[in-house]
Design a protein around this ligand. Structure first.
Ligand SMILES: [Zn+2]
Length: 173
């Protein structure tokens, strides 16, 4: 069943942390350190004591994450063109120019993705990933949503949209 392993609350929205199912409330307060997490799980709670939190919790967790996204603290791996410094996404100036060139080449040259990839030293999938990445226009994908990030964009939304249209027009998936 979908029982929270701390408070035994049953909910299909319970989520996994360190392989344990937790309800939203217990997950929200759970420690990030695995050892502390085990101790936390072992201190059982009665789900009824949490009802008052549950009632008013709504989307706080998500809002908290959104705030983190805005502060630029969520991304764990930097896409090409960026690097991570002090947990924040910053431009990798050398690679930034390359990303801009890839976008411009794809849009303006009559060139296949295959050739474009070879010219820039990427696999076709690698190039597609770059051309489709919202990070390049300063946004962040989180929880299936595109949110405004807190990092510097590499290209304009206009160029990005044109490239998306061309990809679509060529039937490139
Ligand atoms: Zn719980």
């Amino acid at each position: 069943m979908n029982k929270c392993e701390k408070c035994s609350y049953e909910d299909s929205n319970n989520l996994k942390r360190f392989d344990k199912l937790l309800c939203k409330i217990c997950a929200q307060f759970s420690p990030d350190n695995k050892e502390d997490f085990e101790k936390y799980i072992n201190e059982k709670l009665d789900w009824q004591t949490l009802e008052s939190f549950r009632k008013f919790q709504t989307n706080k967790n998500f809002i908290g994450m959104e705030k983190k996204v805005k502060q630029g603290n969520v991304i764990s791996r930097a896409p090409f063109g960026y690097k991570i410094e002090n947990k924040k996404l910053v431009l990798d100036l050398g690679k930034k120019l390359k990303v801009q060139k890839i976008f411009m080449d794809f849009l303006e040259k009559d060139i296949s993705l295959n050739k474009l990839s070879k010219e820039h030293g990427f696999s076709v999938n690698g190039i597609k990933k770059i051309l489709r990445n919202f990070t390049n226009i300063g946004k962040v994908k989180f929880n299936g949503q595109i949110l405004q990030g807190n990092h510097e964009p590499i290209i304009s939304s206009e160029l990005f949209n044109k490239v998306q249209n061309k990809l679509e027009g060529l039937g490139i998936k």
